[in-house]
Design a protein around this ligand. Structure first.
Ligand SMILES: [Fe+2]
Ligand SMILES: [Fe+2]
Length: 258
């Protein structure tokens, strides 16, 4: 089974990239399931119902989130009902929404799990402890497991991936919006990349307008970030999964731009 994981979609430009390139990628690589990180999909901060529906309409099957999950308050109106959107599993247990979900495709049940890191991030619960607690439940309800590990530090992402190597089909890193060149199959068979990349404006800083970011760093005063415009790109990874072993067979970086 071929799964596409799309890196953080930033604002209108990111959504335009999905609209322009996703169908072609699905055809070219015979993709059966599309997962994307949507934490920045509404104006760069969070997600709304309208934006989520737009992305599902383009062919995305499941949206993962991250530290920007709650930025747009509209999320509270639907995250408890919309099982195709997940927020980090290691948030406080009473938080709204779900940390993992199961999507059915080609008679297979694919569990998608969202976790968030602890290094240079907010004070989240341990992803290791919660994963250990939930893994048998997730396994009992699915055939294949894909993890979005949303974190800043490269070492933290790779360390988590090694800790679950052989137990899940893939660990895909998100959050830094810069695609890394380390896509690999770990010794136990888990597909891995440190960061899937950015889906948004090419001429940008992590998807946002260059001038605003430069101003912020020079003045150290608060500025209103704006989503960058112009040419757009879609970045992500193609993961080929051996459905019998429930492990990764191949992982490769995907990049399309106009
Ligand atoms: Fe992001
Ligand atoms: Fe993030």
């Amino acid at each position: 089974m071929n799964i596409l994981f799309i890196g953080d979609i930033v604002g209108r430009s990111g959504r335009r990239a999905v609209r322009l390139f996703l169908n072609k990628i699905i055809e070219e690589y015979d993709i059966s399931l599309v997962i994307a990180n949507g934490e920045n999909s509404a104006g760069g901060f969070g997600i709304t119902k309208k934006v989520a529906d737009e992305l599902f309409g383009y062919g995305i099957d499941c949206l993962t989130m991250g530290n920007h999950t709650w930025d747009n308050k509209d999320v509270f109106n639907f995250i408890d009902k919309e099982r195709r959107i997940i927020r980090p599993l290691n948030y406080f247990p009473d938080n709204p929404g779900y940390g993992w979900t199961v999507i059915e495709k080609n008679s297979l049940k694919i569990a998608v799990v969202n976790l968030i890191g602890q290094v240079y991030m907010n004070n989240y619960n341990s992803p290791y402890h919660i994963f250990k607690k939930k893994i048998s439940d997730i396994k009992n309800n699915s055939d294949i497991i894909i993890v979005d590990f949303h974190a800043e530090a490269t070492g933290e992402k790779l360390t988590f991936a090694h800790s679950v190597d052989g137990k899940v089909a893939a660990v895909v890193g998100t959050h830094t919006h810069v695609q890394t060149s380390d896509a690999q199959i770990l010794p136990g068979g888990t597909a891995y990349i440190t960061d899937a990349g950015l889906t948004g404006a090419v001429n940008s800083i992590l998807g946002m307008k260059v001038e605003k970011m430069v101003e912020k760093y020079i003045t150290q005063l608060p500025v209103n970030y704006e989503v960058a415009t112009g040419s757009v790109k879609l970045e992500g990874v193609l993961i080929k999964v051996d459905k019998n072993k429930a492990l990764g067979k191949q992982i490769m970086e995907i990049k399309k731009n106009n």
